[in-house]
Design a protein around this ligand. Structure first.
Ligand code: UD1
Length: 426
């Protein structure tokens, strides 16, 4: 007998403008990287504001399988202790659940001298290679080989024997920068990461590592310097609010012609999105940590590129495309981060959207009256795009495979319901 159960689905009745207030949950990509950093010390790492999402569950399971203690002390407060890690081989079935899991490699390799893992899983949004991670480890003295599908990395002289080096990132990979930064934190000597990713979650990880005793400079720049130390200790960190979730709520408010206050929003890191929404005709009042998003008039078409930070986040590409189906005119979108992020296009077309894609670009003509349809959440953000479209569509939309969305959005349907959306989960 198989253990397969049907993935839950959303049933959405479109038409209700969203009104009220919503609090942004902790950032998925910050929480996951910070959890991996716990492998660098035998003392406790305590994280607060950890989101209730399935990517946190699967990474917890992976860390536990390595021998770490992972426990919620209270909702959102997670303690990890990696004092008794005995296994350095990440189980394939757990590593394949999300992309962040591969970030156990850097900490295991530098602290224990050995790490092995299958290629990571995650959304099917392009080739998502890991060459940047592996060449970074090699430049710090590791040897990397293949054993079947698994990558095996060894430090030259066992635990603590990686050495510093000059690591050029062929692409400013987020998880690649994080993996190399964590490996470098316990390496001998100075590591310079050239063309480092500057995403806020990378910066937050660097701050956590420094709180653990690491010596990292250039945080937030493309040139990060890591002076290796012999020992890292425990620390506590609050997970930053999720900029993608905040952005998704902002787009939902704008799209439905609603009026929503977004609390605990990471306002300073949302510049690119807010600038585009303003051009599109959305009213935005911003405080230090709050946003009020409303719209009375028509939406205007805007073109954008999805770029590494501080450009408009690739994770907001599909939600923005959904918004632009409601805007007057033709919008052109260029995806510059992933090579296969257009899967949502076919689903939006099922709902009546006039959108075509060629390669990594999409052209959206609007406004179009969307109608309910049977669609799928093909990845976490493609799922957000169809859900947003369903909120303004005439009639009922059934969204299947929403377990993808549970990976990155905390209790999404309940929070949308509280804003007046008619969304059921079955
Ligand atoms: C992270 C985020 C993801 C976000 C993405 C871009 C996590 C867990 N996930 O993913 O939500 O969409 O950043 O902001 O933090 N690349 C290479 N070689 C490598 C690694 C990456 O060429 O070794 C390329 C990829 O193919 C892709 C681009 O770099 O085209 C971006 O990937 P990367 O920044 O690594 O994204 P992730 O860390 O996987």
């Amino acid at each position: 007998m198989t253990n397969r159960t049907r993935s839950p689905r959303y049933i959405v009745q479109g038409g209700a403008p969203l009104r009220g207030s919503v609090r942004v949950a902790g950032a998925k990509n910050h929480a996951l990287a910070a959890m991996c950093a716990a492998l660098l010390t035998d003392e406790d790492i305590v994280l607060t504001n950890v989101p209730e999402i399935t990517d946190v569950d699967s990474l917890s399971e992976l860390l536990t399988s390595l021998g770490a203690i992972v426990e919620f002390l209270s909702p959102g407060r997670l303690r990890i202790n990696a004092g008794n890690v005995t296994t350095f081989e990440a189980p394939t079935e757990l590593i394949s659940e999300n992309r962040a899991s591969f970030q156990v490699m850097g900490p295991l390799l530098s602290r224990h001298g050995y790490a092995s893992s299958a290629p990571p899983g995650g959304d099917v949004i392009g080739q998502r290679p890991i060459d940047v991670h592996l060449s970074g480890f090699e430049l710090m003295g590791a040897t990397v080989s293949r054993n079947g599908e698994r990558f095996v990395a060894r430090a030259p002289g066992g635990p603590g024997s990686l050495h510093g080096g000059r690591v050029f990132m062929d692409y400013p990979s987020v998880s690649g920068t994080q993996n190399v930064m964590m490996a470098a934190a316990l390496a001998r000597g100075r590591t310079t990461i050239v063309n480092a990713a500057t995403e806020p979650e990378v910066q937050e990880l660097a701050h956590l590592l420094n709180a653990m005793g690491a010596r990292i400079e250039g945080i937030g720049s493309q040139l990060v310097e890591v002076e290796g130390v012999r020992h890292l200790h425990g620390a506590t960190a609050r997970v930053m609010p999720d900029r993608i979730e905040a952005g998704t709520f902002a787009i939902a408010a704008a799209m439905t012609g609603g009026d929503v206050e977004i609390l605990e929003a990471p306002v300073p890191v949302l510049d690119a999105l807010l600038a585009k929404l303003r051009v599109a005709g959305v009213q935005i009042e911003q405080g230090e940590t709050t946003l009020r998003i409303s719209r009375n008039g028509d939406l205007r078409a805007v073109s954008f590129q999805a770029l590494p930070y501080p450009g408009l986040a690739t994770d907001l590409h599909a939600p923005m495309a959904a918004l632009l189906t409601q805007a007057n005119g033709v919008s052109i979108i260029h995806e510059r981060v992933f090579d296969n992020r257009m899967l949502y296009v076919g689903e939006l077309r099922k709902m009546g959207a006039e959108i075509v894609s060629t390669g990594s670009s999409a052209i959206v003509s609007g406004p179009t009256e969307l109608h309910g349809a049977s669609v799928r959440a093909l990845d976490v953000r493609a799922g957000a795009a169809v859900l947003l479209a369903a909120l303004v569509a005439q009639g009922t939309t059934v969204i299947d495979d929403i377990s993808h969305m549970d990976r990155g959005y905390e209790h999404l349907h309940e929070r949308l319901q509280a804003l007046g959306a008619q969304v059921e989960r079955t």
